[in-house]
Design a protein around this ligand. Sequence first.
Ligand code: MEV
Length: 454
Amino acid sequence: MKPEQKVSGFSKMSKRKKLRWVVENFFRNPEEVTQELMSFWHKDERQQKIIDDFSENTLSNYVLPFGVAPNFTINGNNYCVPMVIEESSVVAAASSGAKFWQQRGGFHAEIIGTKKVGQVHFTYTGNAQKFEAIFPQIKKELFEKTEHITRNMQKRGGGILDVQLINMTHLEADYFQLKAHFDTCDSMGANFINSVLEEFACILTQIVDGHPSLKEEKGEITIIMSILSNYTPECLVRSWVECPVADLGPFENETPEEFAFKFEKAIKIAHLDISRATTHNKGIFNGIDAVAIATGNDFRAIEACGHTYAAKDGQYRSLSHVEVKDGMFKFWIDFPIAVGTVGGLTSLHPLARRSLEMLGSPGAQELMQIMVSVGLSQNFAAVKSLVTTGIQKGHMKMHLVNILNHMEASEKEVKQAISYFKDKVVSFTAVRDYILKTRKSKPNDSKSFVYEKK
Ligand code: MEV
C-alpha cells in the first residue's frame, strides 16, 4: 500500500471529501469516476441523507433491480411480491412457481412459533449450587428491573417470555449463561433484545456481588458478552403446497408420476448429500433473501439462522421436504425466520416502505409466511427445472440479455439475437461469435469497435 493510500479521521470527513480522497488514490480517471458515482446520488438531498445515514463512509448508492413476482396465493390471499436481486432467473422462477401453485390451490402457511433468543455469557468462579439456588430471586429482579425497557413492548403484547440460567461448566471452566426468550411482536427486535440483555448483565452483576449467601464464597462474576442469538428455531413457519400427483402435469416428455418420482428423489438427495443440500438451500434463499432486501430486513440474519437449522441434526440437509403417497404430492418447508415490519429500515428506506405497502402492510407473522412461501416456490421451480428441462435452458435465456448488454448491443441487435437464440444453446462464446459475425457483415455498425476494444 502506498503511503497516500492510508488515512486517519476518514469517517469524520465530509462525503465529498471522502469521495475525492477515494477517487484520487484508487482510480486512474478520478474525474470520470466522481461523475459516475455522483450520478447515482438521489436527486432529493433529504432522501439521500437518510440513505447515507444507514451506514458509514457512504459515497454513493449501489443499484440493484427492484422486481415483482405476481400471482402468489398464500392462505387464500393474493400477493404481488417485491424482490430485489441481481440473479437474472430468480424472479422468473419464483413467479413461475407461484403461477403453477395458484392453479393448484396456492400456498398454505402457518406460524409454528415466534420466540426469539438472547444470551448473557459470563463466568462465575464461586459455588455453582449456591448460585443456582438464588436464581429464582435473580430472575424476578431481571423482569422487574428491566420494565422501563420492556413496558412498551408489553403493551404491544410482547416482552420477555422467560429467562433460564444454564450451567455450561462441563464444557468450559466457570462458564454460565442467561438464556432469555422474547416476543418482539412486529419488530425484528434486535435492538430491544440487546438493550434488555445489557441491562440483565448489570443487574446480574450487582446481585451476585452483593448477595449475602454468596459472600463467603468470594466468587467473582465476569460478564463476557450480551447479545441476541440469530438462531431462532422456535420462530418458525411451515409453508406447503399439495395436489394429486395426476394434477402435476402436463409435462413435455414425461408423465406426472415420472415427474413426482424424480422430484422426490431430488429432495432425498438434498437430504443425504451436503454438496447438493448447499445448492438446494441456496435456491430457497434466492427467494427469501430477495424479499428480505426488498422489505428492509436483515438477510444475513435469515441466512445464518436457516443454515444452522439445516444442520440441526448434525448434518447439513435440505430445508424442504416432500411426500408422494396415496396419489398425493405434498411439498413443504419448516423455516425459522425472524423479520420485522416495523422499526429498522422498514419505514426509513423508501422502497422497503413501498414493498410492505404492496404486500398489504402485513404484520411480522404474515410477512414470515409470505417470505417462506416465496422460498418454497423458488425451490419448487428450481428442482422442477432441474429434473425436467435442466436449469440452463431458462437461465441462459435470461442471461442472454446480460451478455448482450455486456457487448453493448443495440436494441435491434438484442431483438435479432433473442430471435436467433430461440432454438440454440446460449453461451458467452456463442453470443459473442454471433454478434461479431453479424457486425462484420455490417461494417458500419459502431458497436463492433466498442466491443473489440474491450
Ligand atoms: C441458482 O441460483 C439456484 C439453483 O442452483 C438452486 C438449485 O440447484 O436447486 C438453481
